[in-house]
Write a protein that binds this ligand. Structure first.
Ligand code: AMP
Length: 425
């Protein structure tokens, strides 16, 4: 097969202006809100020993069975690119031993899943997420949902729905599987091929099958909470009560299971109507992950940044909200002026002023076009003639007014104008 080396790998994308500005805004907002809740950033490697994922995500999940990029390193060890953030953070957290309890961590970064590329499903995508380490506690689950909603609201998202359910306790699993098996048995022949396999290996996953015929069958099943113990049901009730106290609207979806094996008690997913078939903005839940030598418990969520961007573009009626705005643009005429203006640009930038300058010696017309493109509020015009006269021309781009100043005066004016611009942005 031939490959186009000017294109990124299928299902992966370059990110540049103007879209990058929305990404930066999302990341900055995320960091600000995380700090309000006392969460600190963790950066784990993008590759781990494959076992780190198989032991925590679960051998029978689609992510592990079909979607991981797995390869051997030079020493013959199996590595995988991370398909999600939790497993790596758990490996990191395990190193803290009993001191891990109470850790509040967040991450932002790329994830990799070798899925069939389609709208909303990328092979490299980005997530922002949190992990709050600690024993089961409905209040901690509710705080995680509150934090997620706070981030989404600050980013500017509207019209999303949070669906909540419970996976119950690990001891409920056998009863849930048994209950579902007997309820599904009469329909076995009508299930899709994947679900017939899931009936044997991971029956719960039948509940979130995307095939229409399976969906119809699943709707007729009793809710999974019917097969759970009182403690699990009480935990969910408490989560819902506390969400009410914080005035966070959620919808209970008894069919929500989430794809991964490590969940206990609360699970949730957030949906947005702009996302079409792949409508999940985020997924989260409480987990108990067995790491061989230790088990780590906590609650967390991960949101797909590509999907946040899509949903935002929809909410803001399309388009990037901010492009590369440069408040001051320096226009030169002549070789000597270009050099002097480079010195001026450096002096302004060293004092915190964002300014643009054309270094290629293009025509003044072309330079003015650049200034307009960057929506500059003020243009500095300084050619060889102005250098000789020791003046600088400042042009106000709003009303076209021009004035002549000497250089130190002009610098002071530009520094204060530039600061005001920075404060405004
Ligand atoms: P998951 O753990 O699979 O529920 O993923 C959490 C979130 O990551 C989802 O709700 C999506 O927003 C995002 N996500 C997962 N897989 C992909 C993908 N292949 N492409 C883009 N976003 C994804």
């Amino acid at each position: 097969m031939t490959t186009k080396t000017t294109q990124p790998v299928q299902g992966m994308s370059d990110l540049g202006p103007p879209e990058i500005h929305i990404w930066q805004e999302i990341e900055q907002t995320t960091r600000r809100i995380m700090a309000l809740y006392g969460f600190e950033e963790v950066r784990t490697p993008i590759a781990e020993y494959t076992q780190v994922f198989t032991r925590s995500i679960g051998d029978t999940t689609d992510v592990v069975q079909k979607e991981m990029y797995t390869f051997e390193d030079r020493g013959g060890r199996q590595l995988s690119l991370r398909p999600e953030g939790t497993a790596g953070v758990m490996r990191y957290v395990a190193g803290f031993g009993p001191d891990a309890a109470g850790l509040r961590l967040y991450y932002v970064g790329p994830m990799f899943r070798c899925e069939r590329p389609q709208a909303g499903r990328r092979r490299q995508f980005h997530q922002l997420g949190i992990e709050a380490i600690g024993a089961p506690n409905p209040a901690a689950d509710v705080e995680a949902i509150a934090l997620q909603q706070h981030v989404f609201a600050e980013i500017g998202l509207k019209g999303l729905t949070v669906e909540v359910n419970t996976r119950g306790l690990p001891d409920d699993r056998a009863a849930v599987a048994k209950g579902l098996a007997s309820a599904l048995k009469p329909h076995l022949g009508a299930l899709c091929e994947d679900c017939r396999r899931r009936y044997e290996t991971n029956i719960l996953r039948i509940l979130d099958c995307k095939q229409q015929t399976c969906g119809e069958i699943v709707k007729s099943l009793p809710p999974v909470t019917d097969f759970m113990c009182d403690e699990s049901r009480r935990y969910l009730d408490e989560v819902l009560r506390l969400l009410g106290r914080l005035e966070i609207a959620v919808k209970v979806n008894p069919l929500l299971v989430r794809g991964l094996d490590y969940y206990v008690h609360t699970v949730w997913e957030t949906r947005h109507p702009a996302l079409g078939a792949q409508d999940a903005l985020s997924g989260g839940g409480r987990y108990r992950i067995d790491l061989g030598s230790a088990a780590v418990e906590g609650v967390g969520f991960a949101a797909g940044i590509e999907r946040l961007v899509t949903a935002l573009a929809h909410d803001a009626s399309g388009g990037a909200r901010r492009s590369g705005h440069v408040p001051i643009w320096i226009v030169s005429h002549g070789a000597r002026a270009l050099e002097e203006n480079m010195v001026l640009a450096q002096a302004l930038r060293m004092r915190g002023v964002v300014c643009g300058i054309d270094l290629a010696g293009r025509s003044m017309k072309a330079q003015m076009r650049e200034a307009n493109k960057a929506s500059a509020g003020c243009v500095v015009i300084r050619g060889d003639l102005e250098i000789e006269k020791g003046i600088v021309v400042l042009k106000n781009m709003k009303d076209g007014a021009q004035e002549e100043l000497d250089l130190p005066e002009a610098i002071e004016r530009l520094v204060s104008a530039g600061r005001v611009e920075v404060l405004k942005s």
